[in-house]
Design a protein around this ligand. Structure first.
Ligand code: BG6
Length: 482
């Protein structure tokens, strides 16, 4: 019998994402028949209480039409619960016993606990003989708060799990549209000839959120937007946008190319932090017509943590010479939207003249959230007889992924990642050298802020961050795509 062991099984991630994802896979017949899902956490629950928690989470997060009673019953029957205090090594023996005969065979482990618990958990698993050659370990962020702490975690993991069996999660890589970036770039001949400094003027990557602290006060206040969103998700999006074509779509080839990009990022350091980065913190305001509190008020005290960051990055290699990559993310912004915006260069010479004939450069907009769309904005002629000169207008060539693929269900990113963990395919997981490349770049930015005494500038909730963020691009003649 195989087991999937979930550490942190009563937490938010498990309830919102992991259990609903596993249910989705089960419903499609994608889980091995004999897979048992064993949840562990510190809460004093029994199997029944955990099953009830799981049933409630399915109710909350799965569309009612997919909650067929037989499917729910089949899934719930897979669940077990073991109460575990990971700081008490002897309790791992009880866990081992609960896994039945040959407990380490085909064992898959998913850690979504505080990183301070990773070390003791791994040591406990090892002492109970649960880390054999067949065992795979998935780790959920945060994997440290800087390069040094991330290395310490990676070292602790590596004492027991080789890199080939370590699956670091960045849930953005499980998103369909993120994978579509690879299909779009490398499955079409159209884009590659222009996908470089000759064809592209600049790139913007925006992840804007309307939510505030969402009850994660102490975690978020210690992290801030740079570590919470840029270090991982946004740098992965940047790497996939900027990487060279991999030789194959496999784990080594894809990750080799991504890590080259991460290592080519020009440092934003104490010299350039003031001109290449802007940080902000939201004050009171209104989002979606509702008044909301400011960050400090939500937190209950003053803080210097940034809830918004905008950066001007460069990938220093031949392909991207002098092409800025503007990154922007924040909480309590006007809309929820994640997109990669690519602005191509203008045509070298316009054959059109007259007031209605101004040309806009082409833009490719890959939107991940809330809608999954890919839009190419092109210049077209307005219908008419052009007696007063030709009139040109920008118009979209639009693909809505859900409409184009209406026959397939939109999946939670974790469905893909959990399935790949079970199957042993690490392509969509983050390799150690990638994480360390990401932290190296992020640490330099933070050091640059400290060296320059930079603190977050205020912005009203429901606006696009501090006005300096607009200045960051306007100085280059570029406007953020809102
Ligand atoms: C998480 C961050 O990694 O990603 C959160 O910790 C953020 O602060 C979330 O809200 C955003 O994920 P998504 O999938 O909603 O864009």
């Amino acid at each position: 019998m195989k087991s999937l062991l979930l550490f942190g099984a009563t937490g938010d991630l498990a309830r919102r994402m992991l259990l609903p994802s596993l249910f989705g896979l089960d419903g499609d017949g994608l889980l091995p028949d004999d897979l048992r899902i064993v949840g562990t956490a510190r809460s004093d629950l029994g199997d029944d209480a955990f099953k009830a928690l799981a049933a409630a989470s399915l109710k909350d997060f799965i569309e009612p039409e997919r909650l067929k009673p037989e499917a729910v019953a089949k899934f719930i029957a897979r669940l077990r619960y073991v109460r575990l205090d990971v700081s008490a090594p002897d309790q791992f023996m009880a866990l081992r016993d609960a896994l039945g005969e040959s407990p380490a065979d085909g064992l898959r482990i998913f850690l979504s606990t505080a990183p301070s618990l990773f070390g003791p958990t791994i040591a406990g698993l090892a002492s109970a003989g649960l880390t054999g050659d067949q065992t795979r370990l998935a780790l959920e962020k945060p994997l440290g708060h800087d390069l040094a702490s991330s290395r310490a975690i990676n070292d602790a993991v590596a004492t027991v799990f080789p890199e080939s069996r370590t699956f670091r999660i960045d849930h953005y890589l499980g998103k369909e549209t993120v994978q579509n970036l690879l299909a779009l770039r490398f499955g079409n001949a159209l884009f590659e000839p222009l996908w470089n400094a000759q064809g592209i003027d600049h790139v913007q990557i925006t992840v804007s959120e309307t939510v505030g602290l969402e009850g994660r006060m102490s975690f978020y206040d210690e992290a801030g937007a740079l570590r919470d969103m840029v270090q991982n998700h946004m740098l992965q999006l940047l790497a996939l946008t900027a990487m060279e074509p991999p030789a194959r779509f496999d784990a080594a080839s894809v990750r080799d190319e991504k890590v080259k990009v991460l290592r080519s990022l020009r440092p934003i350091d104490s010299l350039t932090a003031p001109t290449h980065s802007v940080i902000g913190q939201y004050g009171a305001g209104a989002v979606g017509g509702q008044p909301v509190k400011g960050y400090a008020e939500e937190l209950g005290r003053a803080s210097n943590t940034e809830t918004f960051v905008a950066l001007k990055a460069h990938v220093d290699n031949w392909r991207w010479r002098s092409v800025p990559f503007y990154l922007r993310t924040g909480k309590r912004l006007p809309t929820r939207s994640t997109e990669i915006f690519i602005q191509f260069r203008a045509v070298p010479h316009s054959i059109f003249s007259g007031p209605g004939a101004a040309l806009q450069p082409n833009k490719l907009i890959i939107r991940l959230q809330p809608e999954e769309t890919i839009t190419l904005r092109v210049m077209l002629k307005e219908p008419g007889l052009d007696r007063a000169g030709v009139r040109l207008r920008e118009a979209p060539l639009d693909i809505s992924i859900p409409n184009a693929f209406a026959d397939s269900r939109r999946r939670i990113a974790y469905e893909r990642l959990l399935l790949d963990l079970l199957d042993g395919d690490p392509t969509l997981f983050v390799r150690r050298d990638e994480v360390e490349g990401q932290w190296t770049w992020i640490d330099a930015i933070r050091a640059g802020w400290a060296a320059n005494g930079m603190t977050p500038k205020p912005y009203a909730a429901g606006t696009w961050g501090p006005s300096a963020a607009i200045g960051l691009t306007e100085r280059d003649g570029v406007t953020w795509h809102d």
